[in-house]
Design a binder for this molecule. Structure first.
Ligand code: 13P
Length: 259
């Protein structure tokens, strides 16, 4: 039962996993499993060194799975050792990037301002962006879930022009659910997504809010995807561990297509 006109979106975040041969095989496997699946957008977010390899594998398979990177610099070019610019990513055949992933916020130490600057840099260059938000366990237990989501989303989206909003997806990823096997309940996810959509509406208007995809991440797997994706404001998923197995990732994409 379709619950909205938004096309479902499922991303596989490979994180710092795979090697070159494995990345090629995984990308080809994803395409093979999705050969007959329509009505959904899928993307793989790949480690930097394997972007070109995966680009080739996706092109060879001829299936329109988008190529994504896991990070991007907020700078255009210049003396920033180790950084990778949005223009370099575009030049490497990348369509989309993640910003604000909790591992970058909480492990690497990125703050709201840097996440916002990266989001703007990627959008200005023409990339699509999946902006990740979500509360830690401590914040959840202190009743701060909505406030944290709102603060992070507001910071990332505040200065965006109306004409780039169509290239923005929000991923709600409660930190306590990432890689832990604990998943938010469908009610928890729906509640957080509806509040994020209302926030987007208050910032950028109802049309933009209604069109924006808000996807869930945190231990989503084939066995729990359908019940999460059935909820009205859950427009897809951002998948970590289960995206490293082509069949599991494809099963989630299929569930999204059928949601
Ligand atoms: P897991 O699916 O492994 O919990 O990871 C979720 C995630 O962080 C996706 O970005």
């Amino acid at each position: 039962m379709p619950t909205s006109s938004r096309t479902p979106y499922v991303g596989g975040n490979w994180k710092m996993n795979t090697d070159r041969a494995g990345a090629r095989e995984l990308a080809a496997g994803v395409c093979e499993h999705l050969a007959d699946v329509e009505g959904v957008e899928a993307a793989v977010f790949v480690p930097f060194p394997y972007l070109l390899t995966v680009r080739e594998a996706l092109d060879k398979a001829g299936k329109r799975v988008k190529l994504g990177a896991q990070d991007v610099s907020d700078r255009e070019n210049g003396a920033y050792t180790g950084e990778v610019s949005a223009a370099m990513l575009l030049d490497s055949g990348v369509h989309a990037v993640l910003t604000g992933h909790s591992e970058r916020r909480h492990v690497i130490g990125e703050d709201d301002a840097l996440v916002a600057a990266k989001t703007r840099a990627a959008l200005d260059a023409g990339l699509e962006v999946v902006v990740c938000v979500g509360e830690t366990l401590e914040q959840r237990e202190a009743g701060q879930t909505d406030a944290i989501n709102a603060r992070q989303a507001r910071a990332a989206l505040a200065e965006l022009r109306a004409d780039v909003l169509g290239r923005v997806t929000i991923a709600y990823e409660p930190v306590w659910a990432i890689g832990t096997g604990r998943t938010a309940t469908p009610d928890d996810a729906q509640d957080a997504h509806a509040k994020l959509r209302a926030l987007v509406g208050s910032m950028h208007g109802q049309a933009a809010a209604g069109a924006m995809r808000i996807i869930y991440g945190g231990s989503m797997k084939p066995s729990n995807a359908a019940e999460l994706l059935a909820r009205e404001d859950v427009d897809g998923g951002l998948i970590g561990e289960a995206s490293l197995k082509a069949a599991d990732f494809a099963a989630i994409v299929r569930a999204a297509a059928e949601s």
